[in-house]
Design a protein around this ligand. Sequence first.
Ligand code: HEC
Length: 224
Amino acid sequence: MQDRKNTIAGWVLGAGIVALGASLVTGEIFKGERPEQMGYPIEGVEAEGGGEAAEQPIAFFLASADAARGEAQFKKCAACHTINQGGPNGLGPNLWATMGKPVAHVAGFAYSDALKSHGGTWDWDTMSEWIKSPRNFAPGTKMTFAGISKPEDRADLLAYLNSQGSNLPLPPPPAVDTPAEVAAEEADQGALPGKAEDEPVLNETEAAQQPEGNVEGEAAPKTK
Ligand code: HEC
């Protein structure tokens, strides 16, 4: 009898020790620590406040651009550029009436191969990208200018450049959908703009409400 008791006591004690050990070990492995940041980071999604937020197109800033402020911005450029009509080339080419001209158009200026081979025209978007970062726009350019990152400042400068012999029409400010986008969408769907009734790609009610092909309703500019 005495033997049995001892055996049972031994097993109970042993089981206790094993259980205690196991709990110590699992506790060690699965430590319930609060993470520094709660939640799961999602790949490709910018944290609020951090990183570079998607920038509005330059047309958005051009709507409130001011050529006079742009003239002040141009001081950053004047070390290398003249902008008066018939002005001499400096380190950079004369910039009179550059907006609307092909990239690298000034005869007799020794452009870098990077800019010469770039192609395209100086419109609002290309000029904005160029001034934002010449190096990104034309890697290898010899315009050693870091760039103007603030879109408001670039818009002012563009307005000023445009006022010096170019006079390109301002781009329409980007509404929710510009008329061009609406037209493109319609073209995508195989409809002719303004022919919604002949080619009903919208449903009947929508088409009837949108005789102008203006699918965005009253807020969007008319296509005609
Ligand atoms: C340190 C001198 C320097 C400064 C500052 C500078 N540029 Fe330039 N710029 C150049 C050079 C050099 C070129 C020719 C680049 C090449 O050939 O790669 C050039 C080219 C250009 C062109 C292309 C012209 C064409 O004929 O296609 C434009 C536009 C331009 N600059 C605008 C500006 C504006 C606007 C600023 C001020 C925000 C500015 N630059 C500041 C040196 C400068």
